[in-house]
Design a protein around this ligand. Structure first.
Ligand SMILES: [Zn+2]
Length: 426
């Protein structure tokens, strides 16, 4: 087992009751944190001499950030459409002209599997480099049984679940090749840890136009196979113009029966009841919540459902979720980039932390907690999100000496990143 002693940490945001430690040190043993305490120069007594001692020069260290909401499995882009929207075209007009989610579905279905896998791996590597060590990743741009299950397998493969490595060879990801990737070879990419979410109920596909009930019933039938293919969770876009509460309930109860955790795109475009449904079904997280009310906040708190807020896409919709109300009622907050091909290419959770401070009115400490422990909680992962003995050694040294820099930098740079005790190079 390799042990590494990180010393010279000017400020250590632990996320645990210890809070922020000044002049701290962390001992890593294998992939886990073994010890956290004051930096007295030498490693703590009682531990064997570490294999490496690294002086971090008085910098700021936090747990690796957690992005609790992304849509990374897609091909193509919609840049021209975004330009048209900025000039006043409506989503309905663009969708009628062949744009909108339908164009992404067509591009994604048409992409060769290896090319799609390579695109997704290249995309996800950006999160890790910018200090995000865990990413929740959804399917949802195939909208066919085979396509959605293949997307689950692609993500599960990138998560290393079909092999023993988290390093993916360029072009070799996906059902065929991810497990074969070794470590240390040229052309490989370091990826964050992934939580895989099955989102077949993202939109009604063209084959089911006008028959959303039928498509929801189909998506519900696919849940056991999605679980077998490696999905951790099941999600539904429950909102005006997408799926109703009744349709969402059909899919989510099937997902729950298949052993999947539940996540809900809830009350984003209109208050249609997604948050109350998530609370009723014991979802792990309800997301977006731009239109959530006091009643929703109380229901989520009572049911222990986390609220995953996405201030980047809230900005483009011109409305913010009631973050402080949710927090004051006792709801655990998480944050996400909501990276997706149609509206938001964000991959930087440190930028999302700044948006949570300035857009949602959270303190820096609360925003960082939501971007670490809150995200882990929303994903049902108890092994990360804090700097605490026994947890995974996912750590980031930032280009700053105080966490207030997140509110200033709008995208604070990660100087060094450790995933499972292993430093990620450049
Ligand atoms: Zn989403």
């Amino acid at each position: 087992v390799t042990t590494t002693y990180l010393r010279g940490i000017g400020r250590l945001v632990t996320g645990s009751p210890g809070g922020v430690l000044s002049d701290a040190a962390v001992l890593i043993s294998g992939e886990r944190i073994a010890w956290v305490g004051p930096d007295r120069g030498d490693p703590p007594s009682g531990w064997p001499r570490p294999d490496a001692v690294v002086d971090l020069g008085g910098g700021l260290v936090t747990p690796g950030l957690v992005d609790a909401h992304t849509h990374p499995v897609y091909a193509g882009n919609r840049f021209a459409e975004l330009a048209q929207r900025s000039e006043g075209a409506t989503y309905e007009q663009l969708a009628a002209a062949g744009g909108g989610i339908g164009s992404t579905v067509a591009a994604t279905r048409g992409a060769p599997a290896a090319a799609l896998a390579d695109d997704v791996a290249r995309r996800l590597s950006q999160w890790l480099r910018s200090g995000t060590t865990t990413v929740e990743a959804k399917t949802g741009y195939h909208l066919t049984r085979q396509g959605e299950l293949d997307a689950v397998r692609l993500l599960a493969g990138l998560a290393g679940r079909t092999g023993n490595s988290d390093v993916v060879r360029a072009g070799g990801a996906g059902a065929a090749g991810a497990g074969a990737a070794g470590t240390g070879q040229a052309g490989q990419r370091r990826l964050p840890r992934l939580a895989v979410t099955f989102l077949a109920a993202h939109a009604v596909p063209p084959e089911f136009e006008g028959r959303p009930d039928d498509y929801a019933a189909e998506a519900a039938r696919w849940c056991p196979e999605a679980a077998a293919a490696g999905a951790d969770a099941c999600d539904v876009f429950c909102d005006r113009g997408y799926f109703t509460v009744a349709q969402a309930r059909t899919v989510l109860t099937a997902g729950r029966a298949a052993g999947l955790r539940l996540r809900v795109h809830a009350d984003e475009l209109a208050r249609t009841g997604g948050a109350l449904l998530g609370a009723e079904l014991g979802a792990a997280s309800c997301d977006h919540l731009l239109c959530a009310t006091e009643d929703d906040a109380r229901a989520l708190a009572a049911a222990g459902v986390a609220a995953t807020l996405c201030p980047g896409t809230a900005l483009s919709l011109g409305r913010n979720p009631p973050a402080r109300l949710l927090a004051e009622r006792g709801v655990t907050l998480a944050l996400g980039t909501d990276h997706n091909p149609g509206t938001c290419g964000l991959t930087s959770m440190s930028l999302v932390v700044a948006l949570a401070v300035h857009g949602l009115g959270l303190s820096v400490g609360a925003a960082l907690a939501a971007a670490t422990a809150g995200g882990a909680r929303s994903l049902g992962l108890a092994d990360r999100g804090l700097v605490q003995p026994g947890l995974l050694a996912d750590l980031v040294l930032w280009d700053a000496d105080h966490e207030g820099a997140f509110a200033w930098a709008y995208g604070l740079a990660a100087a060094r990143v450790w995933k499972g005790g292993v430093e990620i190079d450049g």
